[in-house]
Structure formats: C-alpha cells, structure tokens
Design a protein around this ligand. Structure first.
Ligand SMILES: [Zn+2]
Length: 484
C-alpha cells in the first residue's frame, strides 16, 4: 500500500538567519512570495474511484493531486470549507496533511538552508545529496563530474524545452562512441518528482567515482555506454521550484483563455499507441496527451536523440513514487512478446534490492496491469521503436518529495538493480561479437572467438549456459552477422 504525504517534516536542525547569496534570490522556492499558496488548505485521501466522482469533487473546489484515480481512491488538496461538502457527497476523507501551506513553508526553509550551506561549502562539507537541488546546481554537478573524470564523462544536449532551456545529458563510457550497447536513463519526466533527479545523478556519480576502483562498475563502464539525462522536463522542474510545487506536466504555452493547469504530460506524448485509453484529450488533465504524438519539444528531442544513437539497447524512465519496477506493455493489457524475460529480470532486480538494501519488496510487472494503463508512454515506445529493453521505476516514498533523509536511501535502493539491468543487456547484446574490442566487426573477431572457444573462456560462452558447444558458435555467428 502507498503511504501518502505531501511533504516531509524532517528538520535539519539548522539555525535560521543565514544570508542568501545573490544567485539564490533568483531561485525562489514554492513556499515563497509569487508562488501558488495553499493557506487553509488540507491534503486528503478520498475514496473517489470514477470520473463522475472526480467531477463531483472538482465541482466543490477539490483538486486532484494524483495523476489518476486508482481503485483505492486519490489524493486531493481541499480548499477551506470543502471537507464537509465532500462528506455530504458521501465520500470518506482521510486527512494526511492538515496544513499544506505550512508544510510547503517548512520545506522551503529547509531546502534553502541546505542550498546555502552547499553553495558555501568547504572541502569535505555539504553533499549534493543532502537535499533537493534546483537546475543551476544540477547543471554545476554535471560539470563537477566532468571535471573529476574528463576521460570518461562528457556532456551532450538533446534539444531544448518549450521555454528554451537546454535538455542536458551526460555520457559516461570508457569506450569509443558507438562501440558498446548504450543504456539511456532519464529522470524528471514529471516536474514534481524531484527524487528522480537525485536518483540518476547518484548513479552517474557512482559510475564516475567507481571506475578503476570497483570491479563491477569498471566492467560496466567498459562494456556499456551510459547516457544519463537528469532533467527531461526542465521547464516543469523550474516551475515546481518557483511557482507551483505540485506541477506535473511540461509548460506548453496556454492560450489566453486557457485553464491554469494547461500543459502536456510528456509520458502520454510518445507515438506508440498514442491517444488511447490511459491518456486524456483535455488540456487541463494531469494526463493530457498533447495535440499530436511528439507534439512537445522535450519528447521530440529525446526521440531524435534515440534515432541518432542506434546503439541504444536499454532504457529506464525514472519516476516517483510507488516502489515499482515496471515494463511493457503499458497500454495493452496482454503480455508483451518479451514478457518472460522482462519479468525474470525485474524479479531479479527486486531480489537484489531486498538483499542489498533491505527495502520492502517492490512490485514487478507490466505497467498496464501493475499500476494503470498508459497510452503514449515512454516504456512502450522505447521497447518498440527505440530497440531497448525499457523499464520504468517508481521510486520510494509516500509523496513526490520524500524528506531529505530519504534522498540517499532513495538513490541507493535502485543502484545495484540498475547495474544488473545494464549487465543483462550487455551480456546478451550483439556488440559482444567485437571480440577484440576494436570497434569493428571483422575476421579478427572470428579468430578471437575461435581461440576463446578453444580455450573454454567465458567470452566464448555466447549462450551463457556455462558450457562451450555448437550453440555458442551459432550464437556468435548470429551476433556477428547482425553487427557486420
Ligand atoms: Zn511520473
């Protein structure tokens, strides 16, 4: 079951009265002046299940915060005086946050204090992962990783958002471009899911710092080209920091008369099974699919980058929250052709999370039957069009922003599991047929395979059954044929 809380209440125990540096003034937080306010409003779970339920609640001013109603109901923000109205309509209301504005103000003060310390930090003080970080710090952290290992890390831009912000990625690889299977991960499709940014940046830091130190990381940075996009929806992210803390979608420009919640859900805007059940045609909906597939610059940029990067074999679209490992199909409710492989990998990943981090068991399954149907979602598109074994995480937490003390655990939860996903894809990728690692598929590779096969080396166990027989030769030739 999901616990639900809007905001965390952890205190860092910091003294107030610190001076804000000039750069911070340009980065207000959602509890500040100019931001949407929730005075007197409460956060509540309501047992609303149908579109009609939602309509009745919205007619008295309740705002849905969940992206969809589930069989258990949904999470709402209620203006003053509407609780009685909702009860009169026959709903059961469980208050989970009696003072939404107060919680926002406390969170804002906490993050500001942490940010101030982080910006002024001396050697060995203040970690990036102590609290959530706004765009300028995310950008600077990418530079910091590049500065640590310029031989391994580089920056790329996939395109720009509606409001002209660059969408940055980091390439982490010890191999020449295009020679190894690539694993693309993106955070922050949905603006308010701040933990996802931290989660993928933690992975990036582990890969950078672990190379040459940790044998598993070294192997996977040698064998996999990691492409990490921390913030796919930079306009939405900025908006959650400055104006509306619970914003989910991108910032498509509304027409003058538009409802205030105008925007496109990027994860309903991909072209595969777009416009079907599991998305909305209403621009005010949290799951508005946009006017056409890939109508949005953010998803279009990712699509074009994927088409220009044919070595992509794995993908993860990191979301929060829910403790789930999800895979295709997300729109169809029948099993995908690769269901068994997905399920086995997902189960092994969930096992590893329990073993390594002692977290409760995560749900593993197709998105459509584990959560709800998603039309025009990323996972199906990456699977069908992007040639990737594509997963979606729903990270830990009982809210979109678990408390600061949950950030590092929320990054570590998935770390080993993500490495397993990478190893799985690398182990079965046809790129293995480049036996001499020269980024070329030629006769030397055939010779190298035969030598390894004769010597009974692991590299020649192409079907991974721990023996060396004709099946390995056939598997090698199939991979070689695909690549050459
Ligand atoms: Zn999401």
């Amino acid at each position: 079951m999901r616990r639900y809380r809007f905001i965390s209440f952890v205190s860092l125990g910091l003294a107030c009265g610190f001076a804000m540096p000039a750069t911070a003034a340009a980065q207000p937080l959602a509890g500040d002046a100019g931001a949407a306010r929730y005075d007197g409003q409460v956060g509540a779970h309501i047992d609303a299940r149908t579109p009609e339920d939602l309509e009745r609640l919205e007619s008295i001013g309740a705002a849905l915060v969940s992206c969809e109603l589930s069989p258990a109901g949904g999470d709402f923000i209620l203006p003053p005086g509407t609780i009685a109205g909702a009860e009169a309509l026959g709903f059961t209301i469980t208050i989970v946050e009696p003072d939404v504005q107060g919680a926002l103000d406390r969170e804002s003060a906490r993050i500001r204090a942490s940010l101030d310390l982080y910006r002024q930090r001396g050697e060995g003080e203040g970690s990036f992962f102590d609290d959530y970080r706004p765009l300028p710090e995310v950008d600077a952290f990418i530079d910091e990783l590049i500065a640590r290992r310029p031989d391994l890390v580089s920056r790329f831009e996939i395109g720009q958002s509606h409001e002209g912000r660059p969408i940055w990625g980091m390439r982490i690889s010890a191999a020449q471009d295009g020679c190894k299977p690539a694993f693309i991960l993106n955070g922050l499709t949905h603006a308010r899911e701040w933990l996802t940014v931290m989660n993928v940046l933690y992975l990036a830091e582990q890969l950078v710092d672990g190379y040459g130190v940790d044998p598993q990381v070294t192997d996977l940075v040698d064998r996999v080209e990691w492409l990490i996009i921390p913030v796919l929806n930079p306009d939405g992210y900025e908006y959650t920091w400055t104006t509306e803390r619970f914003w989910r979608k991108n910032r498509r420009e509304p027409p003058p008369s538009a409802p205030t919640r105008w925007g496109v859900d990027p994860n309903r805007n991909y072209s595969f099974r777009w416009g079907l059940a599991g998305s909305s045609g209403n621009p005010a909906s949290q799951t508005y699919r946009g006017p056409a597939p890939f109508s949005e610059p953010e998803t279009r940029a990712l699509r074009d980058f994927v088409f220009a990067t044919p070595q992509i074999r794995a993908h993860n679209d990191v979301h929060s929250y829910g403790h789930d490992i999800l895979f295709p199909w997300s729109q169809l409710t029948e099993p995908s052709p690769d269901h068994d492989e997905y399920q086995a990998l997902g189960d092994a990943m969930a096992d590893l999370m329990v073993e390594t981090h002692d977290v409760g068991r995560w749900s593993v399954g197709p998105l459509s039957t584990t959560l709800y149907r998603v039309s025009g979602g990323s996972t199906d598109w990456f699977y069908v069009e992007g040639g990737a074994m594509s997963l979606t995480y729903e990270l830990r937490g009982g809210s979109f922003n678990p408390e600061a003390s949950e950030i590092l655990p929320g990054c570590r939860d998935t770390y080993e599991a993500t490495l397993l996903h990478a190893a799985h894809v690398a182990d079965r990728s046809s790129f293995r047929a480049d036996m001499d690692n020269d980024c070329d598929f030629d006769f030397d590779d055939v010779l190298a395979f035969l030598v390894a096969f004769g010597a009974g080396e692991d590299a020649a166990d192409f079907d991974a059954d721990a023996d060396h027989d004709i099946d390995d030769v056939l598997a090698f030739l199939a991979a070689f044929g695909e690549m050459s």
